[in-house]
Design a binder for this molecule. Structure first.
Ligand SMILES: *Cc1c(COP(=O)(O)O)cnc(C)c1O
Length: 237
């Protein structure tokens, strides 16, 4: 884990090593897994430092922060991932600024994002959020609500300005890798169930600082890592 005096450069390098090691142990190809550096609450200067080491994918949770950092770092070739809860009245900033949205959970929001996505931009890549462990504090569809998930996937697939890419989950915190795996495994199973009808579902967005290894073992293709790169966050006030 990162401590205050560990540099972003060192921490990033350690996280990349953790991913490569987990890929090897899972018998997966090197660089199968994309690292999203989760930079919420961090100043733009921290992102620029990570960028200088080659990091290109950044994840943001709050719309205002996304807009500020997109403006501050507009000369850099960053791929922006919005991974926070998105209120409908703030969807425009994501439609206009993000490359990916990981937390889509309702058809109305999908329609809004489609309507607001500028036509000169590539389609917005989206993942459907699944509430794997039925946590009341988390958004997302229930993993056993197959009809609801398929219906949302269908409405996304019908929207030309969106591209349905995958499933995303934030599992309940667990300390041991086996327990983490049991939960994460269900996202991969869900992907398998949906793939025949939705072959574009090639992405599993799962894995954070504390369950990265379990996530890679269970088939994650995008890990979202914050504190192991940038250090512990101050509680949001
Ligand atoms: C903050 C956050 C992360 C990163 O969590 P860490 O434990 O700091 O790695 C990943 N995903 C989501 C959705 C987050 O909000």
């Amino acid at each position: 884990m990162n401590s205050a005096d560990t540099s972003i450069e060192t921490s990033l390098s350690l996280v990349r090593q953790r991913i490569r090691k987990a890929e090897r142990e899972a018998l997966r190809e090197p660089h199968d897994v994309t690292l999203i550096a989760v930079s919420k609450t961090r100043p733009a200067a921290d992102l620029a430092r990570a960028y200088a080491t080659g990091q290109r994918q950044f994840g943001e949770n709050y719309v205002n922060e996304l807009s500020d950092k997109v403006a501050a770092l507009q000369d850099l070739d960053i791929e922006w991932h919005f991974i926070g809860a998105l209120q409908s009245n703030k969807s425009r900033a994501v439609a206009e600024q993000a490359h990916w949205l990981h937390t889509l959970d309702r058809a109305k929001l999908a329609q809004r994002l489609h309507d607001q996505r500028p036509s000169e931009m590539a389609p917005l890549h989206v993942c459907i959020q699944i509430n794997l462990d039925a946590q009341p504090s988390k958004a997302g569809l229930a993993p056993d609500d197959l009809d609801g998930i398929a219906a949302l996937a269908r409405s996304i697939a019908d929207l030309s300005r969106l591209r349905l890419r995958g499933l995303m989950a934030i599992p309940a915190p667990q300390t041991n890798t086996a327990a983490q795996g049991t939960s994460l495994r269900r996202l991969k199973a869900l992907q398998h169930t949906l793939l025949p009808e939705f072959p574009s579902l090639d992405t599993l967005s799962m894995g954070m600082s504390d369950d990265l290894e379990a996530a890679v073992l269970e088939g994650s293709t995008m890990v979202r890592i914050g504190s192991a790169i940038f250090g512990r966050r101050a509680p949001k006030t």
